[in-house]
Structures are given as structure tokens and as C-alpha cells.
Design a protein around this ligand. Structure first.
Ligand code: KG4
Ligand code: ZN
Length: 342
């Protein structure tokens, strides 16, 4: 029988609620973005994020139920992000979900935010286990083999900044608005990726670990050198810096993806597929580089539609559906956790 799950997500700067049916229908997915509140500070301010979640979460839940045309009493379970994330936000989601579950008497499932991202390709594409996943966002960067709803093998990831964070810091260094990724991509389209010789960190090291903070430092050094020589950056300088930076990130991700695919094929030769999710998956150059590597290796490439790649609550509801289907209680006992590796 089809069941309806209410999902709640508040681990970073998106206040989100969604209703998803166990037959993969997304009945609603409401995302209230807080970026306007954080814009003046050049990044997400945890205290402001927590306050905004507390004020907006119940409205998001009401809107998600209304859009789905479903009453709270018709919901069969509630899934909430229990971590990892900014603790104030995670706590407000968990508290609200606990109250709603107690009031209605339905099961409450504490979901790992990263598992939500990693399971989304099964909501949108009905992808069979196991598959390879690259999660690239503002806060995360890792290669995972997804074996089941609660079974993830981590192949490697960033040892410092996530790529989205590096895009955001690059944008800040060049006076572009936040979040920086789309602005850097737009500038890069007008630039020469070969003018600057930016490093490809850790490419020489075996395995799937990556590093992006040195790349950002190299970009700042070039910026300072140009400013010292010409007392300012031209439009073309900025475009060339963005293009060089983006090409370096794309190459590192693609080459490490090739290694991750080899490691995954060694354990799982049947119907191989790689999925990518997270905000950075929106970047055309990075997507194209990953698609080329996948094609060369004979592995199917898939990416959920962008609104389901970035933070949302439909992915949390879906992860709840997957866990309930295998009789998994989710995080037990359910507490808000700032850190929660898969
Ligand atoms: O997944 P997401 O919405 O939130 C989390 O970080 O969990 O990802 C946001 C990140 C930001 O750092 C943003 O700059 C980056 O994704 N991003 C991009 C692009 N669009 C968003 N980075 C590169 N190119 C883009 N087109
Ligand atoms: Zn996320």
C-alpha cells in the first residue's frame, strides 16, 4: 500500500518541507531559501540560520501539506534531518518533527542529510543498488558506493574545503556575489582557462581524496600579483581567473571520479552507474567533465534535476521511505547531531 511521508530539512540555510509518496510521487517540495538574510555577511551565519528556521519551519510544513492537498492526519510517517549540519537548525527541525509525531502518533525517522542526497537518484531515476555517488556541495565532497538505504562505503573525499566552498571563496576574493558558484561559472564562460597555471592538488597521490584549499590560495596569489602590477583587475583578468579555477576543479573531480569508477567496477561489475548530486553538480563544465569520464569508462551517468540536487526535504522524505521499507528505525535514539559521517 502507498504511504505518505512528510520530510523536514533544516541543516544549513534552506528551510524545507515536502510530502512524498512511497510510489515515488513528490506531492510537494517547499524550500525557503535564506540567502538574502546571510548576504551581507558573506556566508551562512549559524545563529541567523537557526532563528530563521525556528520562525519558518512550521509555515514550510503547512505549505507542503497544503500544496500536496493532504491533511496532517493522513501522513503515515515523518522523516527529519537529524544531522550532520549546523546544530541550531538541525535542533529546530528535530523538535518540530518530534512534536508532530507525538501529536499524530506516527513513526518518526531521523535521517542522515548525506544519505538523503545519496538516495535521491532512486527517487528520480529508480536506480538499482549498488551505484557510485559523487556528492559535491558547499559543505561536502565525497565518493560513495551506495549499497543500500543504510549501507554506504566511502571511497574518499576532500581533506579540506568542499568545492562549493572554494567557489564561494573565489567569488568573494574577486568581488562577486554569494553564493559564488553560478557567478564564477558565468565569468568563466568569457575567460581563458589556460592563462593561469593553477595546481591540481593531490592528483599525484593514489586514491580518491581531494584538496581544494590550496587552489583557492593560488588564485588569491595571482589576483594580488595582478593588482600589484596594474593596481586593479580588468574584467578579462577576472574572467580568466574564474576560468582557470573552474578548469582545475573540473579536472581534479573528473580524474578522481575515474579512480573511483575503477575502484567501484572492481567490486561491482554489473550495470554500473555513477550519480552526482549537490549544488556544484549544477556547473556545466564540471558536469561535462564527469560525463566524459563516465562515457570513457562505460558507466551510465545520471544527475537528479537541480531542485533535487540542492538541499530539499523531498530527499529526506524519500530516505525515510527507503529506511522504513527495510524496517530500519533511522537514528535511534533520535538526537540532533552536528557531525554524523555515513
Ligand atoms: O547543495 P547545496 O545547495 O548546499 C549545500 O552546500 O549543502 O550547494 C550549494 C553550493 C554553493 O557553494 C554554491 O556556490 C555551489 O553549490 N554552486 C555552484 C553552482 N551552483 C551552485 N558551484 C559551481 N557552479 C555552479 N553553477
Ligand atoms: Zn546538502
Amino acid at each position: 500500500m502507498t504511504s505518505l511521508v512528510l520530510g523536514i530539512e533544516s541543516s544549513c540555510d534552506d528551510t524545507a518541507a515536502a510530502v512524498v509518496a512511497s510510489d515515488r510521487r513528490i506531492l510537494s517540495s517547499v524550500v525557503a531559501d535564506q540567502s538574502r538574510l546571510h548576504a551581507a555577511f558573506g556566508g551562512v551565519v549559524p545563529e541567523i540560520a537557526a532563528r530563521a528556521h525556528t520562525e519558518k519551519l512550521d509555515h514550510a510544513v503547512e505549505a507542503a501539506l497544503a500544496e500536496a492537498g493532504v491533511a496532517l492526519a493522513e501522513i503515515d510517517a515523518i522523516a527529519v534531518t537529524a544531522g550532520p549540519g549546523l546544530i541550531g537548525g538541525v535542533l529546530s527541525g528535530v523538535m518540530l518533527a518530534r512534536g508532530l509525531a507525538t501529536g499524530t502518533g506516527v513513526p518518526l525517522v531521523g535521517v542522515n542529510h548525506l544519505a538523503g542526497h545519496a538516495l535521491t537518484p532512486r527517487l528520480t531515476d529508480d536506480l538499482a543498488f549498488p551505484y557510485l555517488m559523487l556528492l559535491v556541495s558547499g559543505g561536502h565532497c565525497q565518493f560513495l558506493i551506495v549499497n543500500g538505504p543504510d549501507d554506504f562505503a566511502r571511497l574518499g573525499g576532500t581533506i579540506d574545503d568542499a568545492p562549493g566552498e572554494a567557489f564561494d571563496k573565489t567569488a568573494r576574493a574577486l568581488g562577486l556575489p554569494q553564493p559564488g558558484g553560478p557567478h564564477v561559472e558565468r565569468e568563466a564562460a568569457q575567460g581563458d582557462p589556460k592563462r593561469f597555471d593553477f595546481p591540481r592538488p593531490l592528483l599525484g597521490r593514489p586514491g580518491c581524496d581531494m584538496s581544494f584549499s590550496g587552489l583557492k590560495t593560488a588564485l588569491m596569489r595571482e589576483r594580488d600579483r595582478i593588482v600589484a602590477e596594474k593596481s586593479g583587475l580588468t574584467r578579462q583578468d577576472r574572467a580568466d581567473l574564474c576560468a582557470g579555477f573552474q578548469a582545475a576543479v573540473a579536472e581534479v573531480l573528473a580524474q578522481k571520479a575515474a579512480r573511483a569508477i575503477d575502484a567501484y567496477l572492481a567490486t561491482s561489475p554489473s550495470a554500473p552507474a555513477i550519480a552526482v548530486a549537490g549544488g556544484v553538480a549544477a556547473n556545466g563544465a564540471i558536469r561535462a567533465a564527469l560525463e566524459t569520464v563516465s562515457r570513457d569508462k562505460g558507466v551510465a551517468f545520471t544527475a537528479p534535476p537541480l531542485p533535487l540536487c540542492t538541499d530539499n526535504a523531498a530527499m529526506i522524505a524519500w530516505a525515510g521511505i527507503e529506511l522504513l521499507a527495510i524496517g530500519h528505525p533511522g537514528m535511534d535514539p533520535l538526537v540532533a547531531r552536528p557531525r554524523w559521517p555515513l
